[in-house]
Design a protein around this ligand. Structure first.
Ligand code: CDP
Length: 788
């Protein structure tokens, strides 16, 4: 994209430094735990050691005897106000504190309120809870078997653990295509439970001001406005009306979807503050965060892909069990209980597809959230990219050639997929070709053949993913009935500086910089002169928040639209100042000039000053605008990743030797920020591919509940990423931009798995579930008799 502004103005395409970084790198950010209020109390939570158990007694006297402990709050206490249960974002229900039984290990059982964090923790240790263990169900397949213990006994009519069945696509056409297929590949794929493990855990400071009858909550939320509305709907009956609630989402240390849900700790802190009239702080520790907050993935997939002998793909059929833990608390659009899993036809021109998903209850924490992905697109991409690779290997075709043959072609866009999505734009072959050239694909193939002769294990894997980001459009997308648009409000001050506020909330993505760049592009006001604010419901326009890479497609577009409204008024003011007709004015970033007389112009700063000092008679003073942008479609970023792995036959360790990522997110606002997003995203894709997993033993004890065994990669394990890009603008976004924050997390795991399977295919290995840990690989190599 050609630059339209100077580096000093810093519009689109400039890698200007992040405006937020001076405070972050100096340790001067304001996170929730930095909020200190006079007289603040502290909350800590006692949690269940059992995965399923009846609570027979909660003894509070020992805890209350500890100096500084003021109260022990139980489910019975909340039940008096009907606050012991709360709705989830998927219209299910979830306990705030239990009255009868606990449903997973680490579930909240009671909360201790104290004058210090230490006293609260001592109080938690002294709460005496007696349990009567109940049968535990951790396997969703077993949970559906006849005779399995029914978990949600609170739902009077519930006779099993099945939550919902959802299907999409043309079953008959798909079945027909399978009957006519020359080749079918079928694979069970498990995408395990993982956790976002953001640097900052969750927490809040709730302050109910009894004098002004106003509740202010500083909280780690990615969606402050939606939270305010949910609080008002849930607690309206105890007097918390929406105009009496202010949610402030200050600096956030990573969200990745994990800070979208409402967790019990928030609600208990609010209740404690309302009852005491004192500010109450609740901050999770790391183990609480890993063990009790919403998880991601946990999809048990059976996929089948059909094709012709010549390698033409024809149809896809998928059945999935979605393990939601004890409550369906996924943060999905209401209409789609399996999120956007039906983007699973990916980058390929498949004529028929059918998807079925069944949600299941088990004794695990509720979920699942969209971990750095647009509502289950990671699961979809993993499935199709594994299946395409399987088919290519099955047909003894090169996986790159196979993809190039089956890609949706550039001239087919806008492309309607078999599952109903309208892809906006793409050039999949262009991205794959660039990645292959960059990595030296042909040479690598040669090297692999030679190494194989020597018995060495080297694999090359490709993932050519298509993402789907930017929910709305609001006609299809809502969360709990709240339509998914987003917003920008901009005010230009008399001296030409500006403030703009948004309904989204950055968690490290750099919105303070990139939104200012969009406005700089549209108005010519330097990005440095524009202050960006998000995350305060008392000041920002209503919006649905930041997750699923939706900020650029929605709020970014709203910024452009609001700026264009400002420009429209600016044109009238300029015409008045230049004594010219509006139609005779031409705009270039930063000024209006008279057509044919370029020396006669007014800068945006002069126009802003006139808006307050010399505006035309009859015109309202001021220069400001607001836009609530409802996107006409989603955006479909894409990319091709090529990965080279070497496998150590002595240890089973997979070493990612090279990884080339070519991404396309349309027009780019800030190339440096986009590269940073991709580097971080790739690391968050590498992690579940090789390291991270949360699993449970048969009685529901969590494995992976601390950083001792939940293996987040450090700089030591992380490969050196090689990035590149192509640019295929979105035809419907006002800036031609698509979202990008999640692309790499979505696309990377399949490239790594495909490389590992490629290295082992000649030994008869067809699939390995992630994470591909050294013991898993070593066991396989031992079975094949080739360990060293
Ligand atoms: O919703 P979220 O901010 O997580 O995701 P996003 O819209 O994909 O944007 C992530 C970051 O990359 C933001 O700072 C965007 O403004 C920036 N970005 C960009 O500079 N150019 C794009 N085409 C897309 C995103």
């Amino acid at each position: 994209m050609a630059l339209r502004t100077s580096p000093e103005v810093g519009g689109m395409g400039h890698s200007i430094k992040r405006k937020e970084d001076p405070r972050f790198i100096r340790g001067k950010g304001t996170y929730v735990d930095d909020v200190q209020l006079p007289g603040m109390l502290y909350l800590d939570i006692a949690r269940s050691p059992f995965a399923h158990a009846k609570i027979t007694r909660i003894g509070t006297s020992k805890a209350l005897a500890i100096p500084g402990v003021l109260a022990v709050i139980t489910g019975q206490d909340l039940a008096k106000y009907n606050l012991h249960w709360m709705p989830t974002l998927m219209s299910d229900t979830q306990m705030v504190l239990p009255v009868e039984k606990v449903m997973y290990q680490a579930q909240e059982v009671a909360a201790v309120l104290a004058t210090s964090r230490y006293a609260a923790a001592d109080g938690v240790a002294a709460v005496e809870v007696e349990y009567e263990p109940l049968p535990v169900v951790v396997d969703p397949k077993k949970a559906l078997e006849p005779g399995a213990p029914v978990l949600r006994t609170d739902k009077k009519d519930k006779k099993d653990n099945h939550i919902w069945h959802w299907e999409w696509g043309d079953r008959a056409a798909t079945d027909r295509a399978f009957t006519q297929a020359d080749v079918i590949v079928k694979q069970d794929i498990y995408i395990p439970r993982i956790h976002v493990a953001s640097i900052e855990t969750c927490g809040c400071v709730a302050h109910f001001d009894k004098v002004n009858d106003k509740l202010t909550v500083w909280m780690t939320t990615q969606a402050p406005h939606a939270i305010r509305t949910v609080f008002a709907l849930v607690a309206g009956h105890v007097g918390l009306a929406e105009h009496k609630i202010r949610i402030i989402s200050p600096d956030i240390g990573g969200g990745f979807g994990g800070k979208v849900p409402v967790y019990p700790g928030y609600v208990i802190a609010v209740a404690a503050s309302v009852l005491t009239g004192k500010p109450v702080k609740w901050i999770e520790d790391r183990m609480e965060n890993l063990q009790a907050d919403s998880f991601a993935r946990d999809y048990h997939i059976t996929a089948e892909l059909a094709g012709k002998k010549d390698g033409t793909l024809t149809a896809l059929r998928i059945k999935t069990l979605a393990d939601h833990g004890y409550a369906d608390a996924a943060a999905n659009p209401s209409k789609f209980p399996a999120g956007l899993f039906h983007i699973c036809t990916g980058s390929y021109d498949l004529k028929a597809a059918h998807v079925e998903v069944d949600g299941v209850y088990t004794n695990k924490p509720p979920g699942g959230i969209a971990y750095r992905c647009s509502f289950r697109v990671t699961e979809a991409v993993h499935t199709i990219e594994r299946m395409v690779d399987l088919m290519a290997h099955q047909l003894a075709m090169d996986p790159a050639d196979f993809r190039l043959k089956n890609f949706i072609k550039p001239e087919q866009f806008p492309y309607k997929s078999a599952l109903g999505w309208e892809y906006d734009s793409g050039n999949y072959a262009g991205a794959l070709q660039k990645a292959m050239d960059r990595i030296g694909y042909t040479e690598l193939k040669r090297e692999q053949a030679e190494k194989r002769k020597r018995g060495e294990l080297m694999g090359i894997g490709i993932s050519s993913f298509t993402e789907i980001v930017g929910a709305g459009p609001s006609k299809h997308f809502d969360i709990l009935g709240l339509k998914m648009f987003d917003s920008c409000e901009i005010r230009i001050h008399p001296t030409g500086k500006a403030i703009a506020r948004f309904g989204t909330k950055s968690q490290g993505q750099g919105h303070e910089t990139t939104y200012a760049q969009i406005l700089a592009e549209e108005l010519g006001i330097p990005a440095a002169d524009i202050q960006i604010e998000e995350g305060d419901t008392d000041t920002a326009p209503y919006g649905l928040g930041t997750y699923a890479s939706r900020s650029t497609p929605t709020a970014g577009a709203a910024a452009a639209m609001a700026a264009r409204k400002v420009r429209d008024k600016g044109r009238k003011i300029a015409a008045h100042l230049l004594e010219a007709s509006e139609n005779d004015l031409v705009w270039e970033p930063g000024k209006f000039s008279v057509k044919g007389a370029p020396a006669k112009f007014k800068t945006i700063q002069e126009i802003a000053f006139a808006a307050y000092t010399n505006h035309p008679q009859g015109m309202e003073a001021g220069l400001e605008a607001v836009s609530y942008y409802d996107p006409p479609n989603l955006t479909y970023p894409f990319g091709s990743y090529v990965c080279v792995v070497d496998i150590d036959k002595g240890t089973g360790e997979v070493k990612v030797r090279r990884f080339v990522a070519v991404d396309d997110c349309g027009n780019i606002i800030n190339p440096m920020i986009v590269e940073g997003q991709i580097h971080g995203g790739l690391t968050m894709g590498f992690a579940p591919a090789l390291l991270e997993e949360i699993s449970y033993d048969e009685i529901g004890n969590i494995r992976g509940g601390s950083f001792i065994d939940y293996l987040v990669p450090t700089a030591v394990e992380t490969p050196k990423w090689e990035t590149d890009k192509t640019c295929t603008p979105s035809p419907h976004h006002p800036l031609g931009a698509k979202g990008v924050g999640e692309s790499a997390t979505v696309g990377a795991p399949a490239a790594i798995v495909n490389a590992v399977v490629d290295a082992l295919w000649h030994l008869g290995v067809r699939h390995i579930d992630i994470p591909i840990t050294p013991p898993k690989v070593w066991k396989l190599l031992r079975e094949k008799g080739i360990t060293e």
